[in-house]
Ligand binder design. Structure first.
Ligand code: MN
Ligand code: MN
Length: 469
């Protein structure tokens, strides 16, 4: 065999892993950049699960979706959703084929790691006013000090009145921050393990320093409460029934001299929300019913009535079966057993600075397309949701037939760590599920990095999945 023939054969036999930007025309690059602009705008509108659900509902309304409660009955082509307590959402486009044959589901999560306020957050110390926090999800605590933070969320009064808070995002808004020790006096702190350098109980947000203009004790706290009372009509007690989240007051931005990446807070997992939602908006009259999940509480174990472990998604699908006029005992279970799903969640991208935690042949690379994880888990695949080879082949075929660039990887080296997603919850219902999302650098940090190429391929990949029978 001559060299040329050997090279041809090698190309045919090897699994080539190439940078997706290579060979893209200027027009193709522009299309990717334009799609990323929409994503960046979406991210700047929506940083918390409530805001994501609100933005997603708006997008769905603009594309002919309506609340399922508004429909007496359903027919193929109908587009419906159910918003669950403002924090999670399920959408569906009814297919031409019987739903009994199964659905194509894509599920992402809207919650991201952050700092939540404690129920009794406000206190004064040495003429500073602070809010105490309890972190949400897996964070490296030191990353959350000395960065600008914004407060997002709701305060609900006993009257039922709900006050929406969003402060720190507009240029004219104040921001807040958590202080850290100056290096000059940090010799003891600097000797601690990274995990212990900043204690959870020290993640206290600095919010004020002017005392109330009268001779009273706790004057700075008093002054803050008088400002809050004037602005929002609340007292300290109203904070008991609030959900206030501290998120980085930093804008999502295009990144790199070549503008190839996106830096933003909360890309885990809002990048999969955006790519799947915008793909669903293009689906008209699918053969197979297309369902989309935007779940909550993934970062803390998916528990609770807005998390994926709840039965609210099942109820939504039951409601569809009712309104199609076909429901009967055990039909829901059968629908699930015949369904297929992409668990749309981010994957750890290989970071060359920390390459020792990755095994290069089985790590996701930014710029190589949408990332599949056949299984997750840790230490001997413990707790893994492991996709069946038959289903992996099905997904591969969809991506290969539609020229979607994809890669299959593991989250880190064996025994180095691991993770999980909502995949197992749906797999336990009998659905064929595989994890399928976008690789990220600095995952769970206040500023996460993704590739615009992968963002775009995820969008295309999700659309192709929903279009497949
Ligand atoms: Mn995630
Ligand atoms: Mn996460």
């Amino acid at each position: 065999m001559d060299k040329k023939e050997a090279e041809e054969l090698k190309k045919q036999l090897f699994h080539q892993k190439e940078n997706g930007w290579k060979g893209k025309t200027e027009a193709q690059r522009q299309e990717i950049f334009n799609y990323a602009k929409g994503y960046i705008a979406f991210m700047n509108q929506s940083k918390t699960e409530r805001e994501i659900v609100e933005s997603s509902k708006k997008i769905a309304d603009e594309h002919g979706f309506c609340d399922i409660s508004q429909k007496q009955s359903l027919v193929p082509g109908d587009k419906v959703y159910w918003v669950n307590r403002e924090k999670s959402m399920y959408l569906a486009v009814i297919g031409e084929n019987s739903i009994e044959e199964g659905m194509n589901i894509i599920g992402a999560h809207a919650d991201s790691p952050r700092l939540d306020l404690k129920p009794n957050p406000l206190y004064e110390d040495s003429e500073f006013a602070y809010l105490k926090t309890h972190y949400y999800g897996g964070i490296k605590k030191y990353q959350w000090t000395t960065i600008p933070l914004a407060i997002h969320g709701v305060i609900v009064k006993t009257t039922g009145e709900k006050i929406t808070i969003n402060i720190g995002e507009n240029e004219e808004d104040p921001i807040f921050t958590i202080t850290d020790l100056l290096p000059h006096l940090a010799q003891d702190q600097m000797k601690k393990k990274l995990a212990d350098g900043i204690e959870g109980e020290d993640l206290n947000l600095l919010i004020g320093s002017i005392p109330f203009d009268a001779e009273v004790s706790e004057g700075v706290k008093f002054n803050i409460l008088s400002i809050l009372h004037e602005k929002y009509g609340i007292t300290e007690k109203d904070l008991l029934s609030s959900e206030l989240e501290l998120v980085p007051a930093m804008k999502a931005r295009s990144m790199g001299f070549d503008n190839s990446m996106v830096a933003a807070y909360g890309q885990d997992d809002k990048i999969c929300v955006y790519t799947s939602l915008t793909a669903l908006m293009k689906i008209e009259h699918p053969k197979t019913t297309a369902a989309c999940i935007i779940s909550d509480k993934e970062e803390v174990g998916s528990m609770g009535n807005t998390g994926m472990e709840s039965h609210v998604f099942d109820t939504f699908i039951s409601e569809i079966l009712n309104k199609l006029g076909i429901n009967r005992p055990n039909l829901l279970e059968k629908v699930f057993c015949n369904s297929k799903m992409l668990s749309a969640d981010v994957d750890a991208g290989l970071d060359p600075i920390y390459s020792s935690v990755s095994e290069k042949n089985n790590a996701a690379h930014l710029g190589r397309g949408i990332g599949l994880n056949k299984y997750t888990g840790a230490r001997g695949k413990s707790g893994a949701s492991d996709a069946n080879a038959e289903f992996v082949a099905h997904v591969r075929k969809i991506f290969e037939d539609n020229d979607i660039r994809y890669q299959i990887s593991e989250l880190g080296k064996v025994d180095v760590g691991g993770g999980g997603t909502i995949a197992y919850i749906l797999a336990n219902k009998g659905i064929d599920v595989i994890d399928c999302g976008v690789p990220v650098l600095s995952m769970h940090a206040p500023y996460e990095v993704t590739s615009k190429f992968d963002l775009y391929e995820a969008h295309r990949g999700y659309e192709a999945f929903w279009r497949t029978v």
